[in-house]
Design a protein around this ligand. Sequence first.
Ligand code: GDR
Length: 329
Amino acid sequence: MPRALITGVTGQDGQYLAQFLHDRGYEVFGLVKGQNNPRGTLLQEEFPFVDVVSGDLQDLPSLVAALEYAQPDEVYNLGAISFVALSFRQAELTANVTGLGVLRMLEAIRMVGGRENPTRFYQASSSEMFGKVRETPQNEQTPFYPRSPYGVAKVFGHDITINYRDSYGLYACSGLLFNHESPRRGVEFVTRKVTNAVARIKLGLQQELALGSLEPRRDWGFAGDYVKAMWLMLQQDEPDDYVVATGQTHSVRDFVELAFQAAGIDDWQRFVRLDERFLRPSEVDLLVGDASKARKVLGWEPTMSFPELVTTMVAHDLDVEQRKAEGRR
Ligand code: GDR
């Protein structure tokens, strides 16, 4: 039975990946930080097959211990301060977890990563590294220009992963993943914030939706498709880096409009208020990825279209909010 350790296992991607690997016969270990972390408890309820290991990307000895316990063939480093807006307010923490955390895990793998069967490493790199984009669409060769402490920390994580591959021959890959969403997305991110608000407005539970800007454009795919690309990267003969994206870009406005339409509301402008508290000190205006390499080498393709993604998320939130409201009655 192959063994995998996932950091960030309580997040959206961690959950999809845990299920994906379990379905393929893996023994799945998940690193969870903190004391009596409620997200760890929820994870155990929903994914009882995950063996929860306590540890923190800020604590190297805990990573060494987690590797000694799990003896993983594959490590997926999805743990991070991943909310870009928060990274401006907690920049040092972000550098420590999102940036240095990668270095600590790589060091831990060098120390105890298996001699005969070396541990393979996946690093969750991000389209945020492209930031103020130098070319469009963005591919593996596009230079980085990060626009947030989060993006800067991800560039460090990306480069140190390549450096450890070059220096020590580690099987280490970076996936440059563009935005990927699902009903499991946290409500701090714009897509889920919108679909959750649309559902609540539709059900009369909320009056308005406050957003920062409707202009930024993103390449939004489905998270379930993207975790498959992570796994494929670790199954190749040689480690490498890949852009994972749909190749299509839409504005926040497009997402909002489609989400309201999916709930049968056409005059969406009535409900949306712009609030500068949700603006960022510097913004990433446009992202669109060129995933030809992933398509060619990994045989990876996205399966869900943008409208399907939006309607799936709205339908899910309508269902959840309806059931919550009924429970209160
Ligand atoms: P992003 O995701 O920063 O692209 O990073 P997010 O959904 O937070 O923002 C997308 C765009 O929407 C704009 N926006 C708002 N965003 C939020 N959260 N709330 C608002 O009210 C709002 N109004 C407008 C944002 O300014 C931005 O332009 C995500 C994260 O998952 C990262 O961890 C990951 O690396 C990248 O995607 C790929």
